[in-house]
Each structure stands twice: as C-alpha cells, then as structure tokens.
Ligand binder design. Structure first.
Ligand code: TTP
Ligand code: MG
Length: 405
C-alpha cells in the first residue's frame, strides 16, 4: 500500500506578505491588486475568508463584502523565492517529490516508515521546518493515493494534518461536497447537481456509464476518484529529481580522513553520473546517519549548476564539517545527493579556462574508469579507502555497492 503526502501552503501569497510585514498578521488581507482595478482575488487570508472572500472573486465585490480588508498588489518574485525554499525543504525528505503548483507538492513515502518512522511524524517535521525556516504554515494530507491525500490536505486547512487510513478512503470522501474533489470545476459541479448529486458518496455510487454519457472521459476519472481509485504515481520532475550515492559503514566511525575520503569517492560517483546524463546540479545535500540511527541532512544551493567532482565535494565537505561539529557521535552512514538538475547546455567555449581544465580532466578520468575501473586513476584523498574497503577488479567493495557505485 502506497503512502503519499500532499503538502499545500496556507493562503500562500498572503502569508508571504504577512511574514514580511507583521502588521498584516491576523487581519483580512487580499493579494490581487487595488479594488478599483478590474482584477480578481489571487489569495485571501483566512480572516478575509470568514467574510466570504475567495480566490477568483472580483476585487470590487471582495471590498463590498469586507470593507476593512487590506488589498495588496503582491510581488511574484517574492512568492517564487518562497516557493523554491519550500520545495528545497521537501526535497530534503525524499527525492520522490512532485511539485504540483507554486505552493503544493506530492511526496511518495512508500516503504519509508520502517527507516524514518510513521509518515505522520515526518509530516510534522516537514511542517515544523517550513514554519521555522520560511515562517509559513502548511497543511498536509496523507493517504494511499494522490487524490485522497489532496482532498485530505484541503480538509485539514489551515495549519492541519490529516491521515486517511488504508481502507477508509471511501468513507472519508463520502460525506464531502463534490466541489472538494480534484477535477470537479464549476461546470462539472453544475452538471452533477442537475443529476441530483451533491456529495462525493453519491457520485461514487452512480454507474460509471451514466457519468461517461453525461460528462465524457472526465466522468470516468472522477468516478474513480470518488471511490478513492487513483493510479497516478508521484512523478518527480527533472528539477526535483536527484542523484545520490550513500554507504553504510561496516563499523560506526568518527575517523575524519576516512569520512572525508568516502565523501570524495561518493562525490566522484555522483559527478560521473551527472556527466554521463548530460546534467548539472544546483544543490548539494550531505546526509549522515549516526550510530543511534538519528539522521540529518544539510543542503546548499550553488550559485551556478555544476557537474564537477571537486565542486560537489567542496560543498559536501563544508556541510559534513558542520554536521560533525553539531553532533559528535559515531557515523553509521554517509551519503551525498545532488538535486535541482538542469541540462548541461553550456558551450565549452563559454567556460573560463580554469573550470575548462577541470571539466576536461573529469571527462578523461571518466573514460579511463569506464575501461579499467575506479582505482585505475585516483585522487589522493580517496587512497585512504584502501585501508577500509576491499578491492576487486579495480572497484572498491563498499558494504552497499548498489547505492555507492
Ligand atoms: P492555493 O493553494 O489554491 O490558495 P492559497 O494558498 O492562497 O490558499 P489555501 O491553499 O490555504 O486554500 O493557491 C496558491 C497560490 O496561487 C495563491 O496563494 C495565489 C495563487 N493563485 C492565484 O494567483 N489565482 C488563483 O485563482 C488561485 C486559486 C491561486
Ligand atoms: Mg495553498
């Protein structure tokens, strides 16, 4: 059974404004523009919603309903930046992340719970980090499918968390109004109401053929949704995808040159895959699991996307040193993740000569290793691995070869 999270920020545009200007907190606030203009509400604070204001409503009407509301024009770059930080936090939890809009995403935590604990606890950690690091509240739905997770996050709003247990999907959906179901817009809602259908439960028990006849293909889809049936997978987009390498040690260790050497080795593995796939990465994350299984990750965004081993390692090492300073406990696992992938579209001629040298060297090393194995050509930093890992046919045999090669 799958375990899918849907995370959506509360009153996103408005909340970003409230973080920047605390005088706006707990007030009816609307982002969309001056009510004298012909625009519509983009985002309304929950205080404003108690007056009946909602997204899509003409600003003039919003002002009539709530004369005290504060109307802001808003600034998209600010929301873009908050969105990037939000997605960055989510990507620390899993690479199986699909952004579904500027302020929402799906995460697939299937099989995750044996290592990281119940999904609901992970969801609370996600909420806490979003609050601490961006100052925003998020609502999270957890269920076996995307559609139920999304409906659940909506029901939980604001600042909520709602898990629908496996097998309970239909029961959960049944009493809700049809408008809560994804893909049921105002037009479909009207057709359904004409058929006497107001709740998701009523929709679920209609014959699919009837729905198909009146609404077409969409009718089949929403009939499935109403029954909690949704085969859509969480599909990471290229930018959300990541490449990672990690290894568990045979023995927990605090041997610094060894940790550093292993990190270099893993950086080289990640860099080689980036180059092979014709990609560069914007973010580097280091992951440590301590002897007591406590796991932390630290991420940094680079000014420029890279596929160079040394650049990945430099950032990784700086994060590693911080983590070691933060908690002096023996390390059980070390990993490195690169994410924020972009296509390697850069022309060689555009590079300055210093990075160009590094790039060529990386590619030469890649081709030698493809022929003769990893240890055929090695940088000094990874020689320390000779003391810890056996070698075979030019390759180190790490305890978790599938994750570290
Ligand atoms: P939503 O998540 O739909 O709305 P919201 O975050 O403001 O409120 P909540 O999730 O708590 O119900 O959309 C996210 C942002 O997208 C929203 O803050 C503003 C923007 N948006 C528009 O610009 N126009 C719209 O019609 C909608 C629905 C959203
Ligand atoms: Mg939202």
């Amino acid at each position: 059974m799958g375990k899918i999270l849907h995370v959506d920020l509360d009153a996103f545009f408005v909340s970003v404004e409230q973080v920047l200007n605390p005088a706006l907190r707990d007030r009816p606030v609307v982002v969309g523009g001056e009510p004298s203009l012909r625009g519509v509400v983009a985002s309304a604070s929950y205080e404003a919603r108690t007056y009946g204001l909602h997204a899509g409503m003409p600003l003039a009407q919003a002002q009539r309903l709530c004369p005290d509301a504060i109307f802001l024009k808003g600034s998209f770059p600010r929301y873009q930046e908050a969105s990037e930080r939000f997605m960055g936090i989510l990507s620390d939890f899993t690479p199986d992340l699909e952004p579904a809009g500027i302020d929402e995403a799906y995460l697939d935590l299937t099989g995750f719970e044996s290592l990281y604990g119940p999904a609901a606890e992970t969801a609370l950690r996600i909420k806490r980090r979003i609050k601490d690091e961006i100052g925003l509240t998020a609502s999270i739905g957890i269920s076996s499918s995307k559609v139920v997770a999304k409906v659940a996050s909506g029901v939980a709003k604001p600042d909520g968390l709602l898990e629908v247990a496996p097998g309970e999907e239909r029961l959960f959906l049944a009493p809700l109004p049809i408008a809560k179901l994804p893909c049921v817009g105002p037009k479909t809602e009207k057709v359904l109401r004409g058929m006497g259908v107001t709740t998701i439960g009523q929709l679920a028990s209609l014959p699919p053929s009837l729905l198909k006849a009146s609404i077409g293909l969409l009718g089949e889809v929403i009939h499935g949704y109403a029954n909690g049936v949704d085969e859509r997978k969480v599909e990471p987009t290229a930018a959300a995808k990541s490449i990672s390498r990690e290894t568990t040690f045979a023995q927990d260790t605090l041997d610094y040159p060894f940790l550093r050497g292993t990190l270099y080795y893993l950086s080289e593995r990640v860099g080689a895959e980036l180059r092979r796939d014709g990609k560069r990465a914007r973010c580097v994350t280091v992951k440590l699991r301590y002897a007591d299984f406590h796991t932390i990750t630290r991420r940094r965004t680079l000014r420029e996307a890279t596929n160079a081993d040394q650049a990945i390692f430099d950032v990784g090492l700086e994060r590693l040193e911080r983590l070691l300073g933060y908690r002096r406990q023996r390390v059980r696992l070390i990993g490195i993740v690169v994410s924020g992938l972009v296509n390697d579209g850069r022309q060689l001629s555009l590079l300055d000569s210093s990075t160009q040298g590094g790039e060529c060297l990386n590619r030469v090393i890649d081709s030698i290793r493809a022929k003769y194995g990893f240890t055929a050509i090695q940088r000094g930093r990874t020689l320390v691995l000779n003391n810890f890992f056996p070698r075979e046919k030019g390759e180190y045999l790490l305890p978790t070869p599938a994750l570290s090669r």
